[in-house]
Ligand binder design. Structure first.
Ligand code: ADP
Length: 246
């Protein structure tokens, strides 16, 4: 397993959001996380790279890194965890005063202290990969939502993470633009990237994911292959959620 999460808890004040999450992500697999709004999907994803600090539990990356949150982890541990994954946000989160290529170069230069010429080449290649070679010197406000999100994906890839995290990557996009972003994500899946995707796009999840995780009320209620979870769910809550979407 690339990632093993055990008994993960997260609360915001009195609100218990994650109530003991156990999750494994196999190397090279795509995990789609589905569930009702407010069930804790985004919080779980953000905990995986310590954008939210879990209150309890462990996150392990192979034999490399094992962090227990039962006490506050060290700064070093948190940085190590952050560098394992690249996050793609629902609202892109690009730096507005940097061009597309400057956005992509930021992580490798600032965080990883890589040489500028090397990073420039890497960023050009990544922007080419997401179909934006013509747009690399434009600023976010000069790009469509779908183009901005593709810059977001290139930026997350630039730190060469072991795990790609996508937090509802298409939910801010106009319907006619959703496809261009899903195509990029599908290509990454085919290249063998390990990915966890919070998504409402069940058709896409069915097509691309190896494993579906259904979360409700801060628990993983049911998980398994798409054919099982989406077509033949066992748990009443999963059935109810899927029925509402039909
Ligand atoms: P989902 O992604 O399944 O829609 P979230 O993980 O975004 O759910 O949110 C789960 C619950 O946690 C919600 O009730 C939300 O209001 C709450 N929550 C999320 N982030 C915060 C925060 N930073 N501070 C307080 N409450 C939060």
């Amino acid at each position: 397993m690339l990632v093993s999460v055990q008994n993960l808890h997260k609360s915001f004040g009195d609100l218990d959001v994650l109530k003991g999450i156990d999750l494994s992500i196999e190397k090279g697999s795509v995990v789609a996380v589905i569930g009702p709004s407010g069930s804790g999907k985004t919080t779980m994803l953000r905990c995986l790279n310590a954008l939210e600090m879990p209150n309890k539990g462990t996150i392990q990356f192979e034999q490399d890194l094992r962090i227990s949150f039962d006490k506050m982890p060290s700064k070093k541990e948190i940085l190590q965890l952050r560098r394992k994954s690249g996050m793609v946000f629902q609202s892109y989160n690009l730096f507005p005063h940097k061009t597309a290529i400057q956005n992509v170069m930021e992580g490798p230069i600032v965080v990883q202290k890589k040489e500028k010429a090397v990073v420039q080449k890497l960023a050009e290649n990544l922007l080419k990969k997401v179909g934006l070679e013509e747009k690399m010197h434009l600023y976010p406000h000069q790009l469509s939502g779908g183009q901005q999100q593709r810059v977001g994906i290139a930026r997350a890839l630039a730190i060469e993470p072991e795990l790609m995290l996508f937090d509802e990557p298409t939910s801010a996009l106009d319907p006619e633009i959703v496809g261009e972003v899903l195509t990029v994500i599908r290509d990454l899946a085919n290249e063998g990237w390990t990915m966890a995707i919070v998504t409402h796009e069940l058709k896409f999840a069915e097509e691309v994911a190896d494993h579906i995780v259904f979360i409700d009320g801060g628990y993983i209620v049911e998980q398994g292959p798409p054919a099982e979870i989406l077509k033949n769910p066992k748990e009443p809550r999963t059935k109810q959620f899927l029925n509402r979407l039909l």
